[in-house]
Design a protein around this ligand. Structure first.
Ligand code: FAD
Length: 642
């Protein structure tokens, strides 16, 4: 009944009152949020999404919307986004045109390779047959590298292409890592030290406590997608210790930029790596490990890996911790042995609050407050909103959601799936109506002053905790996945990490919030998303954003097509220089100077020594190394090729 009423309201507006479309969407939003129960809202939204998902209805809506927008083309069909997301460009002799997922970077490489002999889809179905090491694939890569060197060209890996920055871009030889999905096996080869072969206890230092944790080693092809790997691990009774909000990345694509989740006791992806096989310049292959690595050098010296395939074992802290976050600049990482944990379940609560209260708790209790939960993160409306839903610096409060997640025993029965569906700000924009993804950009552009209220309403819709809704319990990866649904196609983000050794991170957040309000008040420039605040343990990797510091990462999300969104993010990135913010290697827009990288990363000189060793021939440089001045370290600065 409600669905019919909403369709009628929309049709009437599109036919006779197009100018009033923003108000109508607002009214629909209020009806769905405030006038009906959660269950009825989700049922209605699901029905409407089905109806609006049909091609004919989409065409009709697009036709009237384009008329309403007077020349601006509004497309509510997200098939193109989905195609790009699922895209797999097969190997071809023809030239290809590559774009990253967000369509912010383009490459037209001279050659496009997909080396490796693993499957690129449904790896889970055949993983038990993928136990053997893919020496043939390794050789292919060595050949591509030496061929490029002979021709004076460059080589760059691309995994899922989910980085917003230009780190995967190349105009020369592009290597897709999609078929680098072998081996998939427990790491218990004879050269692995006995004590690591069948699980071992690792001791984690937390404050004054030493906590034992059971760990296992698993070897995987570096191109394996996280969504495949999490399922393979599950079949083995294993799990990642933590994940980010999405699982679309390749394993080494994620680790290379220090992708992370939230949890002050949990390290980012690169810290899972115990050993890796890297093809460096001149096609030389290395097995890299820290000084006290998992491999027994004397046994390894007699192994097929070394004797037949010449993979040289290097156990050296500086070379290893430089390579785990090397953004494709050291070569092609072919396989990794990762540390994983026993499979687990999580319970998530999304608790309503205000930034004013949360800031006070963080300032007075600091890390102790965050440590109370295994995972802790915040989504904060940057705009203080009063009871009337207006931006109000004096009487308004910044609404926020505190998300906590903790390990629980396996839940008795599967919950209804409503909790898993309404878990992200984006997926609850305009009540979660999927067609509103495109329309909301149009509406926000037309009525930006509605943004503060709209953010609060969307956040209120995802509340789910013991007191309200019961929370969400499931397999760890379902809980950690942010439930972006189709809405992931409309957002893009920029992120910076700050030290938690003092209150710098709080000052950085204050600045972002102040700047958000100032831009809104002085120029009508809003940003259509909450600020996401996550916490991570320090990383061993020398160029991880979390290196040597427990970190607070602050993410500013915008919507594709939102006017001024990118400029707003760039402005915030520039403002954060004063707070020594370390930009996420995959999620930044502003260029980084060599001096700035040097200031932010004390271990840069050591990292550069490793870069010189593995990239002697400069074959792994690209526009990212050129613009940051990293290429120049190897001597002559090359022409900007990309
Ligand atoms: C929807 C979405 C959600 C995200 N969520 C999070 C999050 O929760 N937390 C977070 O920290 N970040 C997040 N990010 C950022 C993302 O995780 C990083 O940008 C990540 O690097 C992208 O992984 P990818 O597989 O797409 O790698 P790509 O972008 O393809 O490549 C990244 C880098 O890795 C290099 N590389 C890839 N494979 C290899 C290899 N085998 N050998 C050597 N170098 C290699 C590439 O050359 C490139 O330099 C998200 C991004 C998106 C679009």
């Amino acid at each position: 009944m409600l669905a019919i009423k909403i369709i009628f309201q929309l049709l009437f507006t599109l036919l006779f009152r197009r100018k009033k479309l923003p108000e109508t969407i607002d009214k629909i939003d209020i009806q769905l949020t405030q006038k009906v129960s959660d269950a009825e809202r989700l049922k209605t939204v699901s029905l409407l999404n089905k109806i609006f998902g049909t091609r004919i209805v989409r065409w009709i809506m697009e036709f009237f919307l384009c008329k309403a927008s007077k020349g601006e083309f509004i497309e509510i069909n997200n098939a193109d986004f989905i195609k790009r997301y699922q895209r797999y460009i097969p190997e071809t002799d023809e030239r290809i045109s590559w774009t990253n997922w967000a369509n912010t970077q383009k490459s037209q490489p001279l050659k496009y390779y997909i080396p490796g002999n693993g499957p690129h889809v449904k790896v889970i179905e055949t993983y038990q047959q993928l136990g053997d090491y893919d020496f043939k694939g390794l050789k292919e890569i060595q050949g591509i590298v030496t061929d490029a060197e002979e021709k004076g060209l460059r080589v760059r890996c691309v995994a899922s292409g989910h980085s917003l920055s230009d780190i995967a871009v190349t105009g020369d030889f592009m290597i897709s890592t999609k078929k680098m999905t072998r081996p998939q096996r427990r790491a218990n080869q004879p050269y692995i030290k006995e004590k690591f072969r069948n699980g071992y206890t690792s001791y984690i230092h937390k404050d004054t406590q030493v906590i034992p944790e059971k760990r296992y080693l698993f070897e995987t092809g570096a191109g394996t997608l996280l969504e495949d790997l999490k399922q393979i691990l599950e079949k083995e009774g294993l799990a990642f210790a933590n994940m980010g909000g999405s699982d679309v990345q390749g394993f080494m694509g994620a680790a290379s930029t220090s992708t992370h989740g939230s949890g002050i006791g949990l390290k980012p992806f690169p810290d899972m790596i115990a050993s890796m096989v890297l093809v460096g310049s001149h096609g030389k292959a290395y097995r890299l490990e820290p000084a006290d690595g998992i491999t027994d050098p004397s046994v390894y010296a007699a192994s097929e890996e070394y004797q037949t395939h010449g993979i040289e074992l290097i156990q050296d802290d500086d070379l290893f911790y430089s390579s785990t976050v090397s953004m494709g600049c050291f070569g092609v990482i072919f396989s990794v042995v990762i540390e994983v944990v026993d499979f687990y379940y999580l319970k998530e609560e999304r608790i309503p609050g205000t930034w004013e209260e949360e800031r006070q708790k963080l300032a007075s209790l600091g890390l102790n407050y965050i440590r109370k939960n295994r995972h802790f993160e915040l989504a904060v409306n940057p705009y203080p909103v009063n009871d009337k839903g207006e931006l109000d610096k004096v009487n308004g409060k910044r609404y926020c959601i505190v998300t906590t997640r903790n390990i629980i025993p396996k839940p008795a029965a599967k919950q209804d799936n409503t909790s898993s569906e309404k878990r992200n700000f984006l997926s609850s924009l305009a009540s979660g109506l999927y067609f509103v993804g495109s329309i909301s950009v149009f509406l926000f552009n037309k009525k930006p002053a509605n943004i503060p209220r709209s953010i609060s309403s969307s956040l209120k819709r995802i509340v789910d905790c013991d007191k309200q809704g019961g929370g969400y319990s499931d397999k760890y990866y379902n809980v950690l996945n942010q439930g972006l649904l189709e809405m992931k196609f409309f957002g893009y983000a920029s992120e910076m990490a700050f030290t938690m050794q003092d209150d710098t991170y709080l000052k950085a957040i204050d600045k972002i919030l102040d700047e958000s309000v100032r831009m809104a008040e002085e120029y009508g420039q809003y940003n259509p998303s909450p600020i996401a605040i996550r916490f991570t343990d320090d990383s061993h990797s020398y160029l991880s954003m979390m290196h040597n510091m427990a970190a607070c990462s602050i993410e500013v999300v915008s919507l594709k097509g939102f006017i001024g969104g990118e400029n707003f993010q760039r402005r915030i990135e520039r403002e954060m220089i004063a707070f020594n913010g370390r930009p996420h290697w995959g999620l930044h827009l502003e260029s980084l100077s060599f001096d700035r990288i040097e200031k932010l990363y004390p271990k840069l000189p050591v990292w550069l020594q490793a870069y010189k060793k593995f990239n002697q021939s400069r074959v792994f440089n690209n526009s990212f190394t050129d613009r940051t001045g990293i290429s120049a370290v190897l001597g002559q600065q090359e022409a900007f090729l990309e």
